[in-house]
Design a protein around this ligand. Structure first.
Ligand code: FES
Ligand SMILES: [Fe+2]
Length: 526
C-alpha cells in the first residue's frame, strides 16, 4: 500500500462518553458500547488499482473469495427441510441446503458428471438434488443417490461421488460459507462481534425485506460509500437537519470488523437557523447549510432559489436548464425531482423525528426540559413496546437514537441496535466493474414469536430506481443519492492523474481498517 503516516486522531471519544453518562438507562449500556478502540496509526493512501484493475480482481478471486468467511444466506431463506439457495461469488457458485431441523450444508454447486450447475435459483422442499442435464442425483446430505444408466460407468466408486462440501458457519441466524477447507472456525474469525449486539442480538431478528441491485462500479467503491458519515454533508444534506451532522460519528475497529456510531446532535456543526419552510416535504427542501430551496417543478425538473432570490431550473440529476443560477446540489435535485416514495415524509424512519402529538404526550410524561434525544428514545421505546415488550423498557437511549453500523471483513454490514439495515456487496459475477448491492431489512422477532419473513430477493434492474422497491420506504431516495456518486467514483479513479486515493484519518477509519485487512488477504500475494 502506498503510505503516509497518520496520527491516531480521536475527536469523538469524550463527547460520546458524556452522552453515555447522560443516558436515562446508563446502567444498561453494554461494555462494548463503552469501548474506545482506535485504529493503529497507518497508511491513508490507497492504490486506485485495487478498485479498477483486473489484476486485483484476479487476486481477490484467488486469495480472498476462495479463503474468507462470507455471508451467504439467512435461516429465513429456508422455510423447510430440503430448501436450497445458491450463493454465487465471482466465478464460483455454492449451494446451501437445509438438511435437517437445524442443520445446513453447503456444496460446490456443480454436477460431478459434466459439471452443470446443480441449481441456478432457489428451490423449495427438495428430497434430493438432481441435475437437470442427465439426471444424476444426490441425497440432501450429499451422498450419491442415482446415476441413470449406471452400467455405463465402470468402476464408479459411489462413495467417492459425494458432492464436495464447503464449510458452513452460523452467526445470528445468518449462514456463512468458507471454501477453504483449512480455514479457521467462523467463531474465531468473528471474535467478539456478538458483544456489539448484546442489547438485541441478531438471533432475535428476522428478514422482512431483501432488495438487490447491480451498480456500475467496483464492489469496494460501492461498499465504502456506506462506511463513513462524512458524505452525508454533500450527498444527503437533508440529513443535517435536526442537528445531525457528519462530525458526530465515532469510529472503532476490532479484529476483523469495524464500527461507526453516528449519534447526531452533539456539539453541532453550527447549522444556521433559516425561516421555516412552509410545508417542507419531499417536494420542497431547504439545504440546511446554505439555505437554498429546492422545489419540485414537475416533469423531473427542480427550481432552486437562493436566500438572495437568485434562481435556476435543473434536471433531477442536477443539469442546468435555465436561469441565473447555474449550479446546484445534484443530490438534492434527485431527492426533490426524482421519484417519490408514496405516502412517506422525509423524516419517516428518522429516530430523531417525533410526531408532534406524541411529543406533546411525551413532554407531559417526561416533564419539561427533557432533551430531544430522550424524547426520541422514549418515542421509539413506545413503538417497540408493542413488539418486544420484554425488553423495550430497558433499552438505553443511545441504542435508540444512534445509527450503529458495523462492517465485517470483507463485505457484510450488520447495523446495530434497532436500525434494520444490513448490507452485502460483491462483484457482479466475474465483472470487477460492477457490484451487486443487497439491502436486507432485519426486523425484531416479536415476543409472541409470530412473524412472516420474506423468502424472496427483490431484484431491481441495473437502471431501476431504488424507489421501485417500495419495501425500502424512505431509504429508496437516499440510496438514489448514494448511487449517483458511485459510477463516477469508478470512472474518476480511471481518469485520475494520481495513482492513489486519499482517506481521512478519522472519519474514514472504517475504510482504512478494511484496507489494512485487504493488505494481508490480497496485497500480500502480489
Ligand atoms: S451434467 Fe449433471 S447429469 Fe450430466
Ligand atoms: Fe449515503
Amino acid at each position: 500500500m502506498a503510505s503516509i503516516a497518520t496520527r491516531t486522531l480521536r475527536t469523538m471519544d469524550d463527547p460520546f462518553h458524556k452522552l453515555l453518562d447522560a443516558d436515562t438507562r446508563a446502567d444498561n449500556i453494554t461494555a462494548a458500547m463503552r469501548i474506545d478502540s482506535p485504529i493503529e496509526p497507518g497508511p491513508a493512501l490507497i492504490p486506485k488499482a485495487r478498485y479498477i484493475s483486473r489484476d486485483y480482481h484476479e487476486l481477490e478471486k484467488q486469495h480472498l473469495w476462495s479463503r474468507v468467511w462470507q455471508q451467504a444466506a439467512h435461516e429465513d431463506d429456508f422455510a423447510h427441510i430440503g430448501d436450497v439457495v445458491p450463493y454465487d461469488i465471482v466465478d464460483k457458485s455454492y449451494l446451501l441446503v437445509r438438511t435437517g431441523e437445524d442443520d445446513y450444508k453447503a456444496f460446490h454447486n456443480a454436477c460431478l458428471h459434466r459439471g452443470r450447475k446443480l441449481r441456478e435459483s432457489p428451490a423449495k422442499g427438495l428430497d434430493e438434488i438432481r441435475c437437470a442435464f442427465h439426471g444424476w442425483s444426490w441425497e440432501l446430505d450429499g451422498t450419491l443417490k442415482q446415476v441413470p444408466c449406471a452400467y455405463d460407468y465402470s468402476g464408479l466408486d459411489r462413495n467417492a461421488e459425494r458432492l464436495p462440501e464447503v464449510k458452513v458457519g452460523r452467526w445470528g441466524r445468518y449462514l456463512f460459507i468458507n471454501p477453504d477447507p483449512n480455514c479457521e472456525p467462523l467463531e474465531k474469525y468473528l471474535g467478539d462481534l456478538s458483544s456489539q449486539f448484546k442489547v438485541f442480538p441478531y438471533e432475535r431478528r428476522y428478514k422482512r425485506a431483501h432488495v438487490a441491485k447491480v451498480i456500475r462500479a467496483n464492489w469496494k467503491v460501492v461498499q465504502e460509500a456506506f462506511m463513513e458519515s462524512y458524505h452525508v454533508l454533500l450527498t444527503h444534506p437533508q440529513g443535517l437537519t435536526g442537528g445531525a451532522n457528519d462530525m458526530c460519528t465515532k469510529y472503532d475497529v476490532f479484529g476483523n470488523y469495524s464500527r461507526a456510531i453516528r449519534t447526531g446532535a452533539l456539539e453541532g456543526l453550527g447549522v444556521p437557523e433559516w425561516d421555516p419552510l412552509p410545508g417542507q416535504n419531499a417536494a420542497l427542501v431547504r439545504h440546511p447549510l446554505n439555505g437554498w430551496v429546492y422545489e419540485d417543478a414537475g416533469e423531473g425538473q427542480v427550481r432552486v432559489t437562493t436566500p438572495k432570490g437568485k434562481n435556476g431550473l435543473f434536471t433531477a440529476t442536477g443539469k442546468w436548464l435555465e436561469g441565473e443560477l447555474k449550479d446546484a446540489n445534484q443530490h438534492l435535485c434527485i431527492l426533490v425531482g426524482g421519484r417519490k416514495v408514496r405516502g412517506a415524509s422525509l423524516s419517516q424512519g428518522d429516530p430523531m423525528a417525533i410526531d408532534p402529538t406524541q411529543a406533546e404526550r411525551l413532554n407531559r410524561l417526561l416533564g419539561e426540559g427533557a432533551s430531544p434525544r430522550v424524547l426520541a428514545a422514549e418515542a421509539f421505546r413506545d413503538s417497540l413496546r408493542k413488539v418486544i415488550p420484554s425488553i423495550a423498557d430497558n433499552i438505553p437511549d443511545v441504542e435508540l437514537t444512534s445509527q450503529v453500523y458495523l462492517t465485517v471483513f470483507p463485505n457484510f454490514h450488520p447495523w446495530g441496535s434497532f436500525n434494520e439495515i444490513n448490507y452485502r456487496f460483491r462483484p457482479n459475477g466475474d465483472n470487477h466493474e460492477e457490484c451487486i448491492m443487497e439491502v436486507m431489512l432485519m426486523a425484531p422477532i416479536p415476543d409472541d414469536g409470530v412473524y412472516t419473513p420474506t423468502r424472496e430477493v427483490h431484484q431491481l434492474d441495473i437502471d431501476d430506481d431504488f424507489v421501485e422497491a417500495e419495501e425500502l420506504g424512505v431509504l429508496g431516495p437516499v440510496f438514489n443519492q448514494d448511487t449517483l456518486n458511485m459510477p463516477y467514483v469508478h470512472q474518476g479513479m480511471k481518469a485520475s492523474a494520481r495513482s492513489h486515493i486519499r482517506l481521512a484519518e478519522y472519519n474514514e477509519t472504517k475504510i482504512r481498517h478494511f484496507h489494512k485487512l485487504y493488505d494481508k488477504w490480497v496485497d500480500a500475494y502480489r
